[in-house]
Design a protein around this ligand. Structure first.
Ligand SMILES: [Zn+2]
Length: 187
């Protein structure tokens, strides 16, 4: 996106180039992380919002723990906000005023009112996690949508078993067990 880069200040261009130069986030997934990703397709099909939120939170928790960055809170909402330009898939809010960073994702498409497909949903979640990692892991003062950013998103998707889960989804009941599961509440 060179035209976008030219509109940035010199300092921002340096951040942009650092983002562009980092194409992977090496990560050794835990068994809990792999299990959560495997369970996600079936849980999405159930359209059970609290369960989708629990498994999404587990994925974010595991990635943050493995990479030793501050945890974040994931909120799953129903239908994507939309306007003439399209639908909002996810939203990342950095930590502020002593509150942890938050990710909001939506589980239903606005256009068809259907549950978001597994790959698209997981990529959205990872996309927002990558914004968090730009600040918390790569220590970038800004988080840009560079080609490097999208390569980092893809590197996470592959390492945590996104493709395998898409091919061999387990039954929706195989949700990861954990303390969070019992505390899932409707917002
Ligand atoms: Zn983004």
């Amino acid at each position: 996106m060179p035209s976008f880069r030219h509109r940035l200040t010199r300092a921002q261009q340096r951040i942009y180039d650092r983002s562009e130069a980092t194409s992977a986030i090496p990560l050794r997934p835990t068994s809990r992380l792999l299990a959560a990703v495997r369970a996600l397709p079936g849980i999405l099909l159930s359209a059970d919002r609290p369960r989708i939120e629990v498994v999404s939170q587990a994925i974010a928790d595991e990635i943050c723990a493995v990479l030793r960055v501050a945890p974040l809170r994931v909120t799953v909402s129903q239908t994507r906000p939309s306007n003439a330009r399209g639908e909002l898939h996810g939203l990342y809010t950095p930590p502020h005023a002593g509150r942890r960073a938050t990710i909001q994702v939506w589980m239903m498409t606005a256009k068809r009112g259907q549950v978001v497909a597994f790959k698209a949903y997981l990529r959205t979640l990872l996309h927002e996690i990558c914004h968090h990692l730009d600040y918390q892991l790569l220590r970038l003062p800004d988080s840009f949508h560079t080609d490097g950013f999208y390569r980092r998103e893809s590197s996470l998707f592959h390492q945590i078993g996104g493709n395998t889960a898409a091919r061999n989804p387990t039954a929706g009941r195989a949700a990861p067990q954990g303390g969070n599961a019992t505390r899932a509440t409707l917002q």
